[in-house]
Design a protein. Structure first.
Length: 149
């Protein structure tokens, strides 16, 4: 399974329009080779350099395994946006005005053998607990965001 973006390559700078300095909309993402046994997908977007813990910028679950892409600024039909940090729903782009240096971000896509039965107002830790023992495959796409000088 793979997750890619036509807007940036793995490890490259995320476009400004996908940060809080731009339009703050999610980037266009493409999913390839999703396992046939998958019943749902989970997408977690996080800042791994945030302190004191990793920061969840976006969390989607119950994405149909038939979804091949997420367009910019969109959420797949029937997917559920769970709580990100700040107890907010929806995409929260990298925000270099609040940090210095370079931060590394990961889009992590999980193929599950089940649907997750949880309300939208569910924390990441609860989603991860529900995912436990149901992950068929995982794919990752990294990007960076550099604070302006």
């Amino acid at each position: 399974m793979q997750i890619k973006s036509p807007l940036f390559e793995h490890g490259e700078q995320v476009p400004e329009k996908n940060t809080c300095l731009g339009q703050n909309i999610n980037p266009h993402l493409k999913f390839e080779d999703v396992p046939e046994a998958a019943n749902s997908l989970v997408l977690i977007f996080e800042d791994v350099n945030a302190s004191p813990k990793q920061w969840t910028h976006w969390l989607l679950f119950n994405i149909s395994p038939n979804v091949k892409e997420i367009m910019e600024g969109a959420v797949p039909e029937h997917a559920v946006e769970a709580l990100a940090n700040n107890h907010s729903f929806g995409y929260e782009g990298p925000c270099p005005k609040y940090f210095t240096g370079t931060h590394h971000y990961w889009f992590r896509l999980y193929a599950l053998d089940t649907m997750l039965y949880a309300p939208a107002a569910t924390e990441r830790e609860e989603i991860e607990e529900l995912m436990k023992d149901h992950i068929i495959e995982k794919a990752e796409l990294s990007c960076i965001c550099v604070a302006p000088a």
